[in-house]
Design a protein around this ligand. Structure first.
Ligand code: ZN
Length: 156
């Protein structure tokens, strides 16, 4: 193998192992970046994501969400997405205002139904497929749940 001119030796912040990275700015800037940036080797990066994933898994299971199924990589990604989507739901829930208590009750039930559905979703792929879901998307799902709840009230 030919020695790459853009390869610079850096030190992993966690395990102090030396490894090489490729940098493509001027030699001067590359030297600066190689010395100043926080570098982490592949093993430490993997270990970090594993730790982060298991922390998220625990947090989610503590609030009633299913343990995810899929490859390690998919689960790691899905846990991050799941955290973001739960944040979006909570954000939406907190931003709503109601004209009366009955409306609030219907809304609370709608959120509960959405959460129940999400809590049961154990396929990592489902979360990955839904990664682009916006607050607006969630809002329209909540509206659908609320509409059904209203209909059931009207025609018992
Ligand atoms: Zn390391």
């Amino acid at each position: 193998m030919t020695k790459d001119i853009n390869a610079y030796e850096v030190v992993c912040r966690t395990c102090r192992k030396k490894f090489s990275v490729q940098l493509f700015d001027s030699h001067e800037k590359n030297l600066f970046v190689a010395a100043k940036k926080d570098w982490y080797c592949d093993e430490c990066k993997k270990a970090y994501f594993k730790k982060q994933t298991s922390a998220l898994s625990k947090t989610h299971q503590d609030i009633g969400f299913a343990e995810l199924e899929g490859t390690e990589k998919m689960i790691s990604w899905a846990e991050t997405i799941r955290a973001e989507l739960i944040n979006k739901v909570n954000y939406l829930n907190q931003s709503l205002t109601f004209s009366d208590a009955a409306e609030k009750e219907i809304s609370d039930k709608a959120f509960e139904q959405l959460f129940n559905q999400w809590q049961a979703e154990k396929n990592a792929k489902w979360w990955i497929d839904n990664r682009k879901m916006t607050v607006r998307d969630i809002s329209s799902q909540i509206a659908k749940f609320a509409e059904k709840i209203r209909q059931n009230h009207a025609h018992p």
